[in-house]
Ligand binder design. Structure first.
Ligand SMILES: Cc1cc2nc3c(=O)[nH]c(=O)nc-3n(C[C@H](O)[C@H](O)[C@H](O)COP(=O)(O)OP(=O)(O)OC[C@H]3O[C@@H](n4cnc5c(N)ncnc54)[C@H](O)[C@@H]3O)c2cc1C
Length: 395
């Protein structure tokens, strides 16, 4: 029998109004505006400036999700990627993936994290969900019938309960989650991110270049390139400290001549990289999505795309069930089963790329070269990789 609605403060409480939590809230609010009571708790204050310098490569599949929640239409500055050149430094082997060959308008799109986040925040304020900012969640207490969510807002301690709490805090927010353990792998790599301009126009061509220190990517962004340069943490610190001219010269040596000279560089910042997986990704009246569930290395730009699919699939699972069964063990089992192949495949693929390509093991370089050439020449292999990048396991 259904419980009375006022037993809970909300049907769903989402902890974290980052891009993944925000998309879940939008999808739920649009799917059942009268039936569902959704609350989003976001630690950052409304007035906090969005200074995140990350650039995200969104797959075509992510574009479709953002279109469905009405956000894509507002992202004026998304730059399409029509080709991706993949190579390894200091050896043979290259592959070119193209949207035309894949029969898609684009392989993906490049967007700034801050711009995406601004568009999502504006939509969150209007979507009918209760959106509390400056709300720092400190503990989750899952129970049989509801999860209690404790948080502090404007210096006041508060508690709300929900049939289902969804943790979308990016994996670095809550340290203790009852029943969940976090497994992590430190790649001993950091990413230096910035914008650079090149002598030759990008013509929507992206580069992924594997080196012994880690992969480096150039993503077309506006008229320039967004750079994600992976290196050891020590080298990343040294790269941040270089003068602009020295940085550009080292980048040229790292990437080669394909885009001509590197002419200018914007503000540089760095991110520590690793793999973190939460096990399991659900508990009683609890689900973890996005980076809270799996934090991936940015190689091949999988993390947010996968988080977006988590949010979309969870929303569809919630919308498809009777309100009284939201957060039940059966509902959560169905969600996990639907996501398993995609998330496990994505973690495996990303980890394989990072560990298989970031080393100088004799013989492996030749093997990698052969693998890249095979990818370039075998249409089936190419189509598999492109569809996996775009749609995840469902591709
Ligand atoms: C250098 C770099 C490049 C990347 N490039 C790509 C790419 O090209 N493509 C791609 O798909 N992915 C990429 N990623 C990964 C991508 O950034 C993440 O997967 C994505 O941001 C995850 O979104 P999220 O909403 O899960 O978490 P986050 O973006 O971390 O958002 C979490 C939100 O939760 C809030 N929060 C945290 N703790 C609490 C709390 N206790 N209470 C309340 N709120 C809280 C935070 O303020 C934040 O708003 C990259 C990552 C890095 C580091």
């Amino acid at each position: 029998m259904d419980e009375p609605k006022n037993t809970y403060d909300a049907d769903v409480i989402i902890v974290g109004g980052g891009p993944v939590g925000a998309v879940l809230a939008l999808a739920l609010s649009q799917g059942a505006p009268e039936l569902l009571r959704v609350t989003v708790l976001e630690a950052q204050a409304d007035s906090a400036p969005r200074t995140d310098t990350r650039t995200l490569a969104l797959s075509y599949g992510s574009r479709l999700i953002l279109e469905r929640v009405g956000i894509w239409q507002q992202l004026q500055a998304a730059t399409p990627i029509t080709r991706i050149h993949i190579s390894q430094r200091g050896s043979f082997g290259r592959a070119m993936l193209s949207a035309e060959e894949a029969g898609m308008p684009a392989l993906g799109y490049v967007i700034s994290y801050a711009e995406l986040q601004n568009a999502l925040q504006a939509a969150l304020r209007q979507c009918g969900a209760r959106y509390l900012t400056g709300a720092q969640v400190s503990a989750l207490t899952p129970g049989v019938a509801a999860t209690q969510v404790q948080f502090t807002q404007a210096g006041e301690d508060k508690t709300l309960s929900a049939r289902l709490a969804v943790l979308a805090d990016g994996g670095r927010g809550l340290k203790q989650i009852p029943g969940i353990v976090r497994e992590s792998r430190d790649y001993q790599q950091s990413a230096v991110v910035c914008h650079v301009s090149t002598a030759l126009p990008h013509q929507y061509l992206a580069y992924e270049r594997f080196t012994e220190d880690g992969p480096a990517a150039l993503l077309p962004s506006g008229k320039d390139y967004a750079l994600v340069w992976t290196a050891t943490p020590q080298r990343a610190q040294a790269l941040l400290a270089l003068s602009d001219a020295e940085f550009l010269a080292q980048l040229h040596a790292h990437f080669g001549d394909r885009q001509g000279d590197f002419l200018s560089v914007g503000k540089r910042s760095s991110f520590a990289l690793g793999l973190q997986q939460s096990k399991p990704t659900t508990g009683p009246r609890l689900a973890l999505i996005g980076n809270a569930a799996q934090m991936l290395h940015p190689v091949a730009g999988q993390g947010f795309n996968m988080g977006l699919r988590d949010a979309w699939e969870l929303a569809q699972t919630i919308l498809a069930c009777e309100p009284s069964t939201i957060g039940s063990a059966e509902m959560l089992r169905g969600y996990v089963a639907g996501r398993r192949l995609d998330t496990q495949g994505g973690v495996f693929f990303t980890d394989l790329l990072v560990r298989g390509f970031s080393n100088a093991i004799p013989g492996l370089r030749q093997l990698r070269g052969l693998a890249l050439n095979a990818l370039d020449t075998l249409p089936l292999a190419k189509s598999f990789v492109v569809r996996r990048m775009i749609f995840g396991a469902k591709g």
